[in-house]
Design a protein around this ligand. Structure first.
Ligand SMILES: Cc1cc2nc3c(=O)[nH]c(=O)nc-3n(C[C@H](O)[C@H](O)[C@H](O)COP(=O)(O)OP(=O)(O)OC[C@H]3O[C@@H](n4cnc5c(N)ncnc54)[C@H](O)[C@@H]3O)c2cc1C
Length: 550
């Protein structure tokens, strides 16, 4: 019997978008359903490190898999990737032998990953590279790791799935999954934009909902258990360090401080959590743990202003009775053959493994459907990866600053030229909307037209709108006006959009309000209230789940 789809993928994070891409590339009729925006949950709170996996040295299969996935990502998405130098300062002699084991394992795979082997540096050499280090270090390890933009990766996977025939529907929340008597699974969802409930029938359903995997499996009367593990990041207003720092925290765990775009990222905690992932915010304990631990090696870390925090939940494999840091970072796919045939659920995994996870589940889906197609996702480039971009030449040709073009390149790759063409056709769109990043009006327009954002928060994920030191203080009004115009919204929609954006930002900012950040916040609230009159608006705004607790 022919159903509406071969496969419905639930969840638009790194896993779900990779699955939708693989299924579509193998010719399966595919529907991706995401209840919010692409990359709006766990993956959007992660560090984006596509690491050598060496934190998990005692799981060599995982280390090998991560190394191989980096090679694939560099082939299919080089424009989204950065290679960052990292120093691990050693403070005492006992650190040296651990460093030796790490160096051996890392160096074995260095050539495959196109990085130099690990180097041991004297304190003088380390301080020359990073003068902010504590001068009492006894040595330092130097190595290199790759990072990818999680938002752009997920978006490009979703766009590529679409280009290969998949339907991608954001703001569609699955409410029910019914295993039909005659075969097939009926998936019922609520479209938050049209405010309508719809149902579709598919042979297979892939549950790629990360920390919500148990909740979604339950809709199909299937059983999934995860070990939810929360992690916090603190974002600082400047690049506090020149290179990444990985150091031992107060409890001996490893934490990091990475320069990230025009900010710095300090993370992360790893704690069992039983809180609702929809309401979770970083706690002051987590923030203090990170600052206290990092100031041992970078004493000036507290001089920077914390501009916001992020908290996410790792959907770890349910591996109990061991410290959370020892739980495998591998993944499992549960085929619910007895209770919900045709439904597959993910537990565990990481961003760096998302393509691998997708290949494994799509092999299972193909076997279920009797389709004989092999995976090609590791060979076929993602959108924007069909050549190199000559930033200087584009800058001269379109009369746009090199810095602006370079930022576009990291987001759109070769498709940056399409943004510049739009600017050429509408020279008035060459104005800079977000000065922290910077983002040109033409890029916002391009993103709205081509990358299906439905809100300012979606635009933040697409082009980093409002993510810099001012956190949207100066660009939100302008960007909301552009969005309102492009999507043909009303004046009330315009105001609601700003409130919604501010509420989302508040979630991350509230735990960070201390020191100089308080006066920055006062300035921002003053601008929004006095200039924009936003506190006097009579638009009916629905509060977010976390607003009661923040
Ligand atoms: C603090 C932190 C740092 C990390 N750093 C790294 C790192 O540097 N490198 C790395 O490789 N990994 C890292 N990870 C791990 C990585 O982020 C996750 O393993 C991965 O992002 C999970 O992606 P996902 O797609 O499975 O889940 P998610 O990103 O959570 O996606 C699941 C999606 O399902 C949607 N959904 C839920 N319920 C429904 C429903 N009923 N209907 C429709 N949609 C639904 C959600 O809205 C969500 O978008 C980190 C994790 C954390 C928390």
């Amino acid at each position: 019997m022919a159903y509406d789809y071969d496969v419905v993928v639930i969840g638009g994070g790194s896993t779900g978008t990779a699955v939708a891409r693989d299924c579509a590339m193998r010719g399966l009729e595919t529907l991706l359903l995401e209840r919010d925006d692409i990359a709006s949950a766990t993956v959007g709170t992660c560090a984006g490190m596509i690491s050598s996996g060496l934190k998990y040295m005692d799981e060599p299969d995982i280390v090998d898999m991560c190394s191989e996935e980096v090679v694939h990502f560099r082939r299919i998405a080089r424009h989204l990737i950065m290679k960052n130098p990292i120093l691990t300062p050693l403070m005492q002699m006992s650190d040296v032998s651990t460093g030796g084991n790490f160096a051996e394992e890392y160096s074995k795979r260095a050539e495959t990953r196109d990085v130099p082997p690990v180097l041991f540096l004297t304190p003088e050499d380390a301080l020359e590279i990073e003068p902010t280090l504590n001068p009492n270090i006894i040595a330092s390890i130097y190595f290199e790791e790759y990072f990818i933009s999680p938002f752009r990766l997920c978006l490009l996977q979703a766009l590529d799935a679409q280009r290969n025939g998949a339907s991608v529907r954001t703001y569609c929340e699955v409410h029910d999954i019914e295993n039909l008597d005659g075969g097939g699974n009926q998936v019922t969802f609520f479209d938050r934009v049209s405010r309508k409930t719809e149902s579709v029938v598919a042979d297979c359903v892939v549950n790629a909902t990360g920390p919500w995997a148990d909740e979604v499996a339950d809709m199909a009367s299937a059983n999934v258990e995860i070990r939810p593990n929360k992690g916090a990041h603190v974002i600082l207003d400047r690049r506090v360090v020149n290179v990444g720092i990985i150091a031992k925290a107060v409890d001996g765990r490893m934490i990091y401080l990475f320069p990230h775009e025009n900010t710095a990222l300090l993370g992360t905690t790893a704690l069992d959590t039983w809180e609702d992932p929809d309401k979770l915010v970083a706690s002051s304990d987590e923030i203090e743990y990170l600052l206290k631990s990092m100031e041992w090696v970078v004493p000036s870390v507290r001089e920077a202003r914390i501009i916001r925090t992020m908290e996410g939940v790792r959907p770890l494999v349910a591996d109990w009775k061991k410290p959370e840091d020892d739980v495998t970072r591998g993944y499992d796919i549960l085929a619910h053959e007895d209770d919900a045939p045709g439904i597959f659920s993910f537990v565990g995994g990481k961003l760096v493994m998302c393509r691998h996870m997708a290949e494994s589940v799509t092999d299972m889906v193909c076997e279920w459907l009797g389709v004989d197609k092999t995976c090609d996702t590791h060979m076929q480039p993602l959108p924007g990866m069909d050549g190199d971009v000559d930033v200087l030449a584009l800058s001269k040709k379109y009369g746009v600053s090199q810095h602006m073009v370079e930022r576009m390149r990291t987001r759109h790759g070769t498709e940056a030229e399409q943004v510049l063409e739009l600017a050429d056709a509408h020279p008035e769109w060459k104005t800079t909307v977000c000065t922290c990043e910077p983002i040109m009006e033409a890029e916002l327009r391009y993103s709205i037209q081509e990358e299906f954002p439905r809100s300012l928060n979606d635009l933040r994920r697409r082009v980093r709108l409002g993510t810099g030191p001012c956190q949207g203080t100066f660009c939100t009004y302008k960007a909301s006006a552009i969005l309102t115009k492009e999507l043909d919204w009303s004046g009330i929609d315009y105001q609601l959009e700003i409130m919604d954006y501010l509420a989302e930002r508040w979630k991350g900012k509230r735990p960070s309000l201390r020191g100089e950040q308080l006066s920055q916040e006062e300035l921002m609230q003053g601008i929004y209230s006095c200039v924009g009159n936003i506190d006097q608006s009579d638009a009916e705004y629905q509060r977010k789940p976390w607003e009661g607790i923040c």
